[in-house]
Design a protein around this ligand. Sequence first.
Ligand code: G3I
Length: 335
Amino acid sequence: IQADIPSLKDVPSFDVGAAIARAQTLGEHGKLLTKHFDSVTPGNALKWDATEPREGEFTFAESDHLVDYATEHGLKFRGHTLAWHSQTPDWVFKDGDRSLTATPEDKALLLRRLESHVRAVVGRYKGRIQTWDVVNEVVDENQPDGMRRSPWFEVTGYDFIRTAFRVAHEVDPAAKLVLNDYNTELPRKRQAFFELVRKLKAEGVPVDAVGHQLHVNIEQPPASEIEKTIELFAGLGVDQQVTELDVSVYTDFVSSYTTVPAEVLAQQGYRYKEIFDVFRRQASHLSSVTVWGLADDGTWLSSFPITRLNPPLLFDDELQAKPAYWGVADPARLP
Ligand code: G3I
């Protein structure tokens, strides 16, 4: 890794984090991680399919490794995620072969499963995981009530959200509890997300912060929309975090480069700068900004929505600083 470049830890006012798996704690990746980052989020290791693949059978090998590593190296830890519709084993939503329904009995069963999951996972890392994405991706702005029709919502209504936050807070009262979602910078989704957070806060559900994932591309959405979102939520008095930032080099779902042109990487650098200009202006409302991967060799975008070369992060495959890094660390040094 480059020893002579400034640490991202020196970006003032908020923590800078990276999503990681075990591979990012080893060798040169580990050196890059500890040189530049204040905080980590496991990309997959704490999801339900990873931690409780069968009812009551918990598998914590990878998450233990990551939490131990973070503790040893003074990295803060963001837990991700306790209740989500994706990467959740089928058994959670079933009774034998039968899918759970909205009857009181099924609802109670699903909420019991959620409660014991949250107790086990949050309890295991109490005091070592400072922030939890408690509930992930529940908004669907195309529904009349703005809520995604997931099995969670179909069976329990809003109660899974209330239960997850209540139990997480009870088990670790010091942890910062986050409601996380994507596309929160788009006007209709922003509004639906806002209404949900306002409703939960009014009920006294212990939502401490909102998470804006911010999976964006080199052109869209405009930085001004990101700023509007942060300003809107600032009015609710909740903390805010950027939880999964990356900047795709494509503006559509089909294009594919064999080599990404240097001018596109430069454009990406200016795009990171413009987005971090918003964060720097809004720093009093933001406690952390996490990029969804340590370096381009570990990005989900190389297989989504199609398999293609898509380097969306701050460091390249060789762990060298890209223009994107300079857009964050020192925009005066952009090409
Ligand atoms: O674990 C298996 C492995 O055994 C197998 O060999 C391999 C072959 O494909 O697949 C592995 O599982 C993959 C897993 O990532 C771990 O690498 C899954 O197929 C793959 O679907 C999964 O993708 C993850 C995705 O969530 C799934 O929804 C990405 O890594 C992860 O970065 C991504 O993260 C989500 C956030 O949690 C929520 N917000 C959106 C974000 C991006 O989709």
